[in-house]
Design a protein around this ligand. Structure first.
Ligand code: MN
Length: 286
């Protein structure tokens, strides 16, 4: 049986690919999960586009966003977004940072993003707006210093989504699947709100509706249905992570074979390890 850590790394690779495949993440952005057995650590990929991430690309970090064992590996520059939210929010176990083209118009204009349809209620009753200039003046707009991460986490407060002026958004979840659900549907809500504003006046769900609808959507049944849909779409596109499933090209037969043998013994893990060994020894700031 795969260990909880192996399971978490695989699910995080899947989450990265699903969010990218659904059009929220592009070449940039990242997704993390709190370590399954050590709440003082989190898991995050090396600096690589989310759609390409394999379980072997995922490393452990302290909540100060220092790598535990990733020497010589190029890392995301904006790791503090994740570490600072895990420090501030013990109830949060998964985080996504993205630059969704549907959400960005709200980050550019400051127009409030509000739940305008029932699925959009998962974004919460409000998405606060963080302007990095308030605390730091002009910067390169990346969130790389611990104090910048703390400022963003403070703006998130007890909410589930924070908009970042002219940059993107950061989303939190209690689990990876909840995070994926919230990320995909808050992006859909942004798109629907934008379109609705073109043809008429918009109003959010009432507070009572939002408070009832969000938790309803995040129950196991709707979330399970969505997860099955998104993972099936990924499989149909040949984009599932390689390590545990036998690879996109191998399909269902290989998945069955792989599930009968220990994941660590799968020959499919070998190419991923070889690839990891070729990573250049430098760090990225983006
Ligand atoms: Mn960013």
């Amino acid at each position: 049986m795969p260990s909880p850590l192996e399971e978490a790394r695989y699910e995080l690779a899947l989450a990265n690919r699903i969010i990218a495949h659904e059009g929220v993440l592009d070449g940039f952005g990242h997704v993390s999960v709190r370590h399954p057995t050590d709440p003082g650590r989190y898991l995050l990929a090396r600096s690589r586009s989310p759609e390409l991430i394999e379980p072997a690309d995922i490393f452990e970090f302290t909540l100060d966003s220092e790598p535990v064992s990733a020497a010589g590996v190029t890392l995301y520059g904006e790791r503090v977004i994740h570490g600072c939210i895990y420090q501030a929010r013990p109830d949060v176990n998964a985080v996504c940072h993205h630059h969704s083209p549907s959400v960005l118009p709200f980050c550019v204009t400051g127009v409030e993003l509000v739940p305008v349809f029932h699925m959009g209620a998962v974004l919460g009753t409000a998405a606060p707006f963080w302007d990095s200039r308030d605390d730091f003046g002009d910067t390169n707009m990346l969130v790389v210093k611990p104090e910048e991460g703390r400022s963003l986490a403070k703006a998130l407060g007890s909410h589930w989504m924070v908009l970042m002026r002219r940059h993107g958004a950061t989303i939190a979840g209690t689990t990876v699947r909840e995070l994926v659900f919230r990320t995909v549907y808050s992006h859909a809500n942004a798109e629907i709100q934008l379109r609705s504003m073109l043809i008429g006046k918009i109003a959010p769900l009432s507070r009572g509706e939002a408070e009832r609808t969000g938790p309803y959507q995040l129950q196991p049944k709707p979330m399970g249905r969505a997860w099955e849909y998104w993972t099936t779409r990924l499989k149909k596109s040949g984009e599932v992570p390689r390590a545990r499933s036998g690879g996109a090209r191998a399909g269902r037969a290989a998945k069955t074979r792989a599930s009968k043998t220990h994941a660590a013994q799968s020959p499919n893990k070998l190419p991923a390890r070889k690839k990891a060994a070729r990573i250049p020894a430098k760090r990225s700031l983006s």
